[in-house]
Design a protein around this ligand. Structure first.
Ligand SMILES: Cc1cc2nc3c(=O)[nH]c(=O)nc-3n(C[C@H](O)[C@H](O)[C@H](O)COP(=O)(O)OP(=O)(O)OC[C@H]3O[C@@H](n4cnc5c(N)ncnc54)[C@H](O)[C@@H]3O)c2cc1C
Length: 144
């Protein structure tokens, strides 16, 4: 596809994080017009939050993690780091790093919250770190 051609169109299949990121990058940095085709009635793919009987459930991605500074900056441009403690942190007397100009989680959903959690993948009757790490226990759990 030619970047100089202002009538160029990119057809993106799927409105998950990958498709929406691709469309946003095309819109921000090129003259290519992205069209996102989504087969379901919602955007966000398996990273979306589903509302069910008044509850919010994250069916797939629920925490954001990346070792890439660029990727982190990209997401923080949409969801700035929290500037005030969240309700659960206040109730449990947990302190979290706060961004001076960051939004208050009590006032908006468009905020990135710092969370201390350990995730494990249960596979082959063994627990593995998530994200996967190159530790001895990972190889020992997988076996030959
Ligand atoms: C249980 C679980 C926990 C996870 N936890 C985390 C986490 O904590 N942190 C994290 O960063 N990631 C997590 N992930 C991974 C994260 O959810 C995925 O990496 C991310 O959603 C992938 O984005 P994607 O856009 O590639 O695909 P998807 O999110 O799968 O989106 C694909 C989209 O394309 C649509 N689609 C598919 N085929 C077609 C078609 N033919 N035509 C039109 N539309 C189509 C789908 O309906 C969907 O909306 C988790 C995943 C799972 C399953």
């Amino acid at each position: 596809m030619n970047n100089q051609n202002t009538s160029a169109v990119a057809l993106i299949v799927g409105a998950g994080p990958a498709g929406l990121t691709a469309a946003t990058e095309l819109q921000r940095n090129t003259t290519i017009h992205p069209i996102v085709v989504e087969e379901s009635d919602a955007i966000g793919g398996i990273s979306r939050t589903v509302r069910y009987h008044g509850n919010r459930m994250d069916i797939g991605g629920h925490r954001f993690f990346s070792r890439s500074e660029r990727v982190n900056r990209w997401w923080l441009s949409f969801l700035p780091m929290q500037g005030a403690p969240a309700l659960d942190d206040r109730l449990l007397s947990r302190s979290k790093p706060l961004s001076p100009a960051g939004p208050d989680p009590d006032l908006t959903d468009e905020v990135m919250l710092t969370r201390d959690r350990i995730s494990r993948i249960f596979y082959l009757r063994a627990f593995f770190d998530y994200p996967i790490s190159l530790k001895y226990s990972t190889f020992a759990g997988m076996g030959l």
